[in-house]
Design a protein around this ligand. Structure first.
Ligand SMILES: C[S@@+](CC[C@H](N)C(=O)[O-])C[C@H]1O[C@@H](n2cnc3c(N)ncnc32)[C@H](O)[C@@H]1O
Length: 236
């Protein structure tokens, strides 16, 4: 049995996990900008899942665990990849996302344990989980190395970290130039999203036993600045 160390006080105490210490990576609410992000990811959920379907199928298609940890779960973009009855430990620091995430988890019968904090310091036990997932989150976290170290720490040996991410376009490409030009307003609007992060190198350097990464564009995407994308599975 694994254990949660500190839960959102609003989350029900869970039979599969028990509370221990408090979370240190703070939740946030940036007012209108946070509300915009919650609206945006809810409104575009079907479209984003459509353009990312090959990536998500490849990364999350074989998820087979009763308990899944998700970093930056947003408003529940990946709930359809979980079986009803799965316990989702959702790490989500944006308070504006919470109501919709709760609502959608209930709709699909996923048991939600919602932790209102960032993934840089997870209040979860060492080597206790088989599956950690995320989509479009490693671009946004404050400290990607710290997050990846936490993912590796909480996974059991053989456990998998499955991810779908947008990353820096190739150096000197027109998209990379665009990423550099708009990176500041983009980061402001999307609450820290870094357009030109080299996430693949960060995952490869994070000390996993094996890392598979595939670079593939989203099909029919209107989101040009973020259409250098990868999916991957890192095994502890
Ligand atoms: C671009 S959104 C993606 C949301 C969702 N995963 C999806 O695919 O629609 C980025 C998410 O990461 C969350 N986030 C921001 N900083 C984070 C951190 N330090 N740790 C975990 N999640 C974080 C944001 O609140 C937001 O929900």
């Amino acid at each position: 049995m694994s254990a949660l160390q500190g839960t959102d006080p609003r989350s029900p105490h869970d039979h599969r996990h028990r509370a221990c210490a408090s979370a240190t990576s703070e939740p946030f609410d940036h007012g209108a900008v946070s509300r915009f992000n919650a609206w945006f990811f809810d409104a575009f959920d079907r479209y984003i899942n459509y353009i990312a379907r090959r990536h998500k199928q490849a990364a999350f298609g074989e998820l087979d665990s009763d308990v899944v940890v998700e970093l930056g779960a947003g408003v529940g973009a990946n709930l359809d990849h979980l079986r009803p009855g799965t316990q989702l430990i959702a790490i989500e620091p944006s308070l504006a996302m919470h109501d919709r995430l709760r609502e959608r988890a209930a709709e699909v019968g996923v048991e939600l344990v919602l932790l209102a904090q960032g993934a840089e310091e997870l209040p979860l036990e060492d080597a206790a989980y088989d599956e950690v997932i995320c989509s479009l989150v490693l671009c946004t976290v404050r400290d990607v190395e710290a997050v990846l170290a936490e993912v590796r720490r909480i996974l059991r040996p053989g456990g998998r970290f499955r991810f779908v991410e947008h990353v820096a376009a190739p150096r000197w490409s027109p998209r990379r130039l665009l990423q550099r030009v708009i990176r500041r307003p983009w980061a402001w609007l999307f609450e820290g999203c870094t357009l030109d992060r080299d996430t693949a190198s960060a995952v490869r350097a994070a000390g996993f036993a094996s890392v598979e990464i595939t670079g593939q564009r989203f099909r029919r995407s209107f989101f040009v600045p973020v259409n250098t994308t990868i999916w991957g599975i890192a095994t502890r």
